[in-house]
Design a protein around this ligand. Structure first.
Ligand code: GLC
Length: 745
């Protein structure tokens, strides 16, 4: 019985250079900041007014000008957070038709968050950086870290869940990994872009405490710890000012308080006037008069707000070049960190190492939500029993439909995408017959921005016929594996719109209920970036959250379902039973209230800091599946938490099952008595531990004031109030194993 001792550092201590923890040397050029500053000032001195104006706005859909006379090349950016978007034409949204830009799709960031493994986030960023370098991209428009406030938000699949601490810990290494290759991260969408439906018209109304405790931490971590070189202003407004030129968010919080030295990039079409763009901190204007998706004015670049209108205003003496020089300094700094960085490595695309990384991220991010014992065998349904299985029925459109095409700007053109059906057929070859039934018809299109899947999913049968066929086939199968969920088509987890309801679309509920009564070994694998209603959850013995997990989807899902890999993912958001169990909906605080002129919709975040499990705890609601929930094929036992003399909290965890597995030990902090209302508990630490059968480990969390504080918006600072606290150790937000009280003097 070996016991490994693991020391956990606090949130602050984690700010130590990730190199220590990613066991990687910080790239040399990251250290020669002073040399970069010398080069910035030198270049700035030499630039003409025209050259300065040209570098602060786009010249094509995804590029901005360099300074050829000084040897500074054009600057290229591209989407997106999960892989490098295929090239569009210089000034169109349509495909350029390149034959060398088929990429690898990594799992969506919600899946990355579900790994609760910062090391994996670093690997993700590194791998994506190498793909970007090969494709000649100097900045990736990602990662996104907007908070999961409503399960309807079309872009939650691109983000890292509901909890600011988890998102903070996962975004930092992603940024570090990406930028270790000399490719800039552009963290987005700053800030409060938490739904899509009216993203250009929403004016978010939120109190300062909620802003600082819930919606800013992940951005702050990306900037102040991850040292992100760029950040993208969001489409929406805050305090009636567009986020792409917002005095408070950009000048005050980002540049003054957080000392951000990088570039503020507008979202595509997020810039709305010259004066604000000049004065309120916008540094690079992209995509004006486009919707960032599929339409927009062509060749408007000289008329951009920071182009001729700005130059004219300077000529007329309305502005000196003071603000312009500050913008250009930041853009030059970005150049010397990327295009002008002598140490930048070469990149490569679709390498085996990247496929391996994608599989690893996917296998670690898939969440086993439910895995009940079968009445007949008294053993859990999953993993599939390879010794006895003869026939598996796979059901559902999501077992075959390509998911890497669609969803908005994160859509990709991949070299390959292994479907769940193909993944299972490959893995079970020679072991069992794998049959297929469509089960339901959802979205038969397969095209985005001119990238086509080549799939013909057309099927005119009725829901009744499709269900009848699946049920008939289910009767003779040892297992029925249903792949359902959403599919990144419009209104089904896609940019630009939110879902209209919490329920699954396409009559999937009827299908699942029919199959569950036809076969006791029915497994539902939900492919989505959001929680969905599961009224049949008690009738289905096994449920898996499969996410949108990219090129290696089928390989990873098959590996989990047959037990080659032991699932270890945990939910990065609360999975409630119904929509009104989320604060935003219980208080009718989504999507907001239109003003008289129908131009602006005020969305007041009435739930305040009580987002996700914070809301569930406050309202004493029992989630269907809790934040931080995820099962394993083995079992873990927790010892009692104890407080060490130095204040650290120690707990032992043992693998009490028969196979190796990983457990994510979570630390929540409760402020027993506080002068302001506080959540019952808040995540302030976690550690993923891998244990052999019988092995145990001592996990130690060190506690510091940052973990005990709340944001006092009357003082504008974080306050840790003396008094009684509790450290709660949990396997999820609803599964607290033990706790220990302590006092803050
Ligand atoms: C889109 C998105 C943003 C994307 C940009 C370029 O509208 O909001 O995430 O990076 O425009 O496609």
């Amino acid at each position: 019985m070996t016991t490994k001792k693991i020391i956990i550092t606090t949130a602050l201590a984690l700010a130590l250079p990730l190199a220590a923890y990613a066991q990687k040397e910080l790239p040399a050029y990251l250290d020669d900041t002073k040399e970069i500053e010398v080069r910035v000032e030198d270049a700035l001195k030499r630039m003409t007014l025209d050259e300065k104006i040209r570098v602060v706005h786009a010249q094509s859909k995804f590029s901005s000008a360099g300074v050829p006379r000084l040897g500074l090349p054009d600057f290229w950016t591209d989407d997106g957070p999960h892989g490098v978007r295929p090239d569009v034409l210089w000034d169109e949204w349509e495909q350029a038709g390149q034959t060398n830009d088929s990429c690898l799709a990594f799992p969506a960031l919600t899946c990355l968050a579900a790994t609760w493994n910062p090391e994996i986030a670093y690997l993700y960023g590194e791998s994506l950086g190498e793909e970007a370098l090969y494709r000649g991209k100097d900045m990736i428009l990602g990662p996104g870290v907007n908070i999961y406030r409503t399960p309807l938000n079309g872009r939650n699949f691109e983000y890292m869940g509901e909890d600011p601490y988890l998102a903070s810990r996962m975004v930092v290494p992603y940024v570090e990994g990406l930028q270790s290759k000399g490719v800039a991260a552009c963290v987005k969408h700053y800030a409060l872009n938490n739904d899509e439906e009216y993203r250009n018209q929403v004016n978010v109304v939120v109190d300062d405490r909620t802003l600082h405790e819930i919606y800013l931490p992940a951005f702050k971590a990306a900037i102040t710890e991850g040292k992100a070189w760029a950040i993208m202003g969001a489409y929406n407004l805050y305090k009636n000012q567009h986020n792409c030129h917002n005095e408070i968010l950009l000048n005050k919080i980002l540049k003054q308080d957080w000392k951000f030295d990088g570039v503020v990039v507008s979202d595509w079409g997020g810039t709305h006037n010259t004066d604000e763009a000049v004065m309120n901190g916008l540094d690079m204007e992209f995509g004006s008069w486009t919707n960032g998706l599929s339409w927009g004015a062509s060749n408007a670049y000289d008329n951009y707000y920071l182009a001729n209108p700005y130059k004219k205003a300077i000529k007329e003496g309305k502005f000196t070049t003071k603000e312009l020089d500050e913008k250009v300094r930041r853009v030059l700094r970005l150049f010397f960190r990327t295009t002008m960085n002598r140490n930048r490595p070469a990149g490569f695309l679709c390498s085996e190492s990247h496929y391996e990384a994608a599989r690893k991220i996917a296998e670690e991010g898939v969440v086993l939500l439910k895995n009940d014992n079968l009445r007949s065998t008294k053993t859990p349904v999953l993993p599939i029993d390879l010794k006895s299985v003869k026939r598996v029925l796979v059901v559902g459109e999501n077992a075959v439909k390509m998911m890497t095409v669609g969803g908005g700007s994160s859509s990709l053109k991949v070299q390959r995408e292994i479907s769940p059906l193909d993944g299972l057929r490959t893995r079970l070859k020679g072991v069992a017959e794998v049959d297929y039934a469509r089960g339901y018809v959802g979205d038969v299109t397969g095209e985005y921005n001119g990238v086509t899947t080549g799939q013909n999913l057309k099927d005119d049968r009725s829901a009744d016929e499709l269900i009848a066929e699946a049920v008939a086939k289910a009767k003779g199968a040892d297992y029925v594996i249903v792949f359902g969920g959403l599919n990144k088509s419009d209104y089904q987890d896609c940019e630009g719109h939110d879902r209209k309801e919490f329920a699954l679309p396409y009559a999937q509920d009827r299908l699942v209920e029919a199959l569950a009564s036809a076969n006791a070994r029915t497994v539902f694998v939900n492919i989505s970036g959001n929680a969905v209603a599961m009224p049949w959850a008690s009738q289905v013995p096994a449920i898996v959250q499969g996410w949108f997990i990219g090129s290696e989807a089928g390989t990873a899902l098959a590996s989990i379902l047959v037990g080659d890999a032991n699932p270890s993912g945990k939910l990065p958001f609360s999975w409630m039973n119904s929509l009104n169990e989320y604060g935003a909906h219980a208080l009718n605080a989504y999507p907001g209230t239109w003003r008289e002129d129908k131009k602006i919709i005020d969305e007041e975040y009435k739930e305040g800091i009580f987002v996700g499990y914070r809301w569930a705890d406050k309202e004493k609601l029992k989630p269907l599946f809790a934040f931080g929930h995820g099962l394993s094929y083995t079992t873990f036992e927790y010892g009692k938490a104890e407080r060490l003399p130095n204040g650290d909290i120690k707990v032992s965890v043992r693998n009490t099952g028969s196979r190796a597995g990983a457990e994510i030990v979570q630390l929540y902090i409760r402020d027993v008595k506080s002068s302001l209302p506080r959540p019952v508990k808040e995540l302030k630490g976690f550690k993923k531990v891998w244990l052999q059968p019988g092995e145990s480990v001592e996990v130690v969390f060190s506690i510091d004031n940052s973990m005990l504080s709340y944001y006092d918006d009357t003082k504008g600072e974080w306050v840790a109030e003396p008094g009684q606290f509790e450290a709660l150790i949990g396997a999820s937000a609803s599964d607290i194993k033990c706790k220990v009280a302590f006092d803050l003097k």
